[in-house]
Design a protein around this ligand. Structure first.
Ligand code: ADP
Length: 494
């Protein structure tokens, strides 16, 4: 493989291009009209405009992407995550067009892309499953019978669901029929597939997932777990590796299970097996994500393995260069998803222009982003702007490092999840490791300390600027590089 096209945008496109360059592979970026100045476009060796801003007219146009790739003599396509990454027909079409799809086979994607098919595929291998229905619900009588058997509360899930969407918690039998009907309607419109099923709703769960890697020669290993319990709307916000509650024995058990799940669908490449864990540390298989995961950097940092490089080598048909016993955990990594969202307003997406954008630097910091100052944040795509990842020799130092990095990270123009990161990492529940997926609901209402309104903050920033110039004669200090969230700034504001 000498030339790959990255069928994606933003930070993940840039991240893949970086490894490809290090491997001496030529890169082709694709972009929509609004992304024409995006960093992934500038950094790739070649770039092609694929259509207007809406992803249905650009990043999701599999046939067009393949056609353009052929014209440019591309021999491999990396789908990143989201968009076409879990689209089995796209994977198949890439292979038919005599190019390599950098990911698993269309069959593996098909099986694991449907939560019910995935459960069926692993059933013979002694993998623990959350109690519930094994098939799509046939009628309301069945829903009532199963819910009574496993006990309320229950969760209705869409078989084709993803991204935390299409789930409904039902606490009492009287609400069941209405909720099932609503779930079916939602599943049809969101995923084009109205099949839903029931799972026991675990009241205080943790989301623990395991990274796996498999080659085409029968070798499958796991790269340990990631803790992803800090979530909003069933979507992850903070991830870390390793998990504070997983000891060596549990790690081995989880790892073996994950490898078995991968083998059950003849997996090839990098994938993630997701589990949900109850308060007694019993874990249950949720689903498998057949692609590179947003939070893959935390695993890279604790194992020293570049997962994109491994994906490309596996797609080249190479054998894995290591065995399970060669892998070990070194240190601790934490990732905060920096999303253009307002933590004070239920984490609803925010839009705007990046008036100021200054990344944190220094020891143990990795920022996977794709932004520049002055950039307009497009409204068409996922609100995740960047991933702030820290690495240190142990968890406590990693927490301190993340807090320092957040303070140094200066984003003005859109609201972001950065201040929530500070809240979470200073919270006793997070520090002690005693938290579950309800962390936000339980402990977080709003960021009172950060509720400075814009006009007030502007005046205060100017006052701070004057103060800095007068007291330190720092002519180079400009309004731009004053971080209104910093403790320096706040101490002067009081
Ligand atoms: P999706 O594919 O939409 O991401 P998942 O099945 O991976 O859906 O679940 C996403 C999140 O929803 C989990 O991380 C967890 O917070 C919550 N969840 C899923 N299943 C259950 C369950 N049975 N009980 C409690 N929470 C659950």
């Amino acid at each position: 493989m000498n030339k790959i096209l990255i069928a994606n945008r933003g930070e993940i496109a840039l991240r893949i291009i970086r490894t490809a360059k290090e491997m001496g592979i030529q890169t082709v970026a694709i972009y929509s009209e609004v992304d024409r100045l995006a960093p992934h476009v500038c950094f790739a060796d070649e770039a092609i405009c694929i259509g207007p801003a809406p992803s249905s007219q650009s990043y999701l146009l599999g046939d067009k992407i393949i056609e353009e790739a052929k014209k440019l003599n591309v021999d491999g396509i990396h789908p990143g995550y989201g968009f076409l990454s879990e689209n089995a027909s796209f994977a198949e079409a890439v292979t038919k067009a005599k190019m390599t799809f950098i990911g698993p086979s269309a069959d593996s994607i098909n099986t694991m892309g449907n939560k019910l098919l995935a459960k069926k595929a692993v059933m013979d291998y002694n993998i623990p499953l959350v109690p519930g229905t094994e098939e799509a619900l046939k009628n309301i009588e069945e829903a009532i019978r199963v819910s009574k058997e496993i006990g309320f509360p229950i969760l209705i899930k869409a078989a084709a669901g993803g991204g935390g969407k299409g789930m409904r918690i039902v606490k009492e039998e009287k609400d069941l029929e209405e909720q099932v009907q609503m779930a079916i309607g939602e599943a049809k419109s969101a995923f084009g597939d109205g099949r839903v099923f029931i799972e026991k709703y675990l009241e205080s769960p943790r989301h623990i997932e395991v990274q796996v890697l498999a080659d085409n020669h029968g070798n499958t290993v796991h790269l340990f777990e990631r803790e992803c319990s800090i979530q909003r709307r069933h979507q992850k916000l903070i991830e870390e590796a390793p998990s504070v509650i997983v000891d060596e024995d549990l790690r081995e058990e989880l790892g073996k299970c994950a490898v078995q799940v991968a083998k059950a669908c003849n997996y090839s490449g990098a994938g993630t097996v997701e589990f949900i864990m109850d308060t007694d540390k019993r874990f249950y298989f949720l689903e498998m994500n057949t692609r590179l995961q947003v939070e893959h950097p935390v695993t890279e940092l604790i194992t020293g393995i570049d997962l994109v490089r491994e994906q490309i080598e596996v797609a080249r048909n190479k054998k894995l260069g290591f065995k399970q016993e060669d892998l070990s955990i070194n240190g601790h990594a934490i990732e905060l998803r920096v999303c253009a969202e307002d933590p004070n307003n239920n984490f609803l997406p925010d839009i705007g222009k990046l008036k100021v954008y200054n990344r944190p630097h220094g020891p143990g910091i990795r920022v996977d982003d794709s932004m520049y100052p002055g950039m307009d944040i497009p409204i068409y795509y996922d609100p995740m702007l960047a991933k702030l990842i820290v690495y240190a020799e142990n968890r406590n130092t990693a927490i301190d490092r993340m807090l320092r990095a957040i303070e140094e990270y200066n984003i003005q123009g859109v609201k972001t999840t950065l201040p929530f990161g500070t809240f979470a990492l200073k919270h006793d529940a997070f520090i002690s490791g005693n938290f579950d997926t309800h962390f936000i609901d339980k402990y977080f209402s709003s960021l009172d300390n950060n509720n400075i309104d814009e006009e007030e903050s502007k005046i205060a920033a100017l006052a701070a600027l004057l103060f800095a110039r007068e007291s330190k004669n720092l002519d180079e200090v400009t309004e731009k590089n004053i971080n209104t969230n910093s403790s320096w700034y706040k101490s002067r504001k009081q």
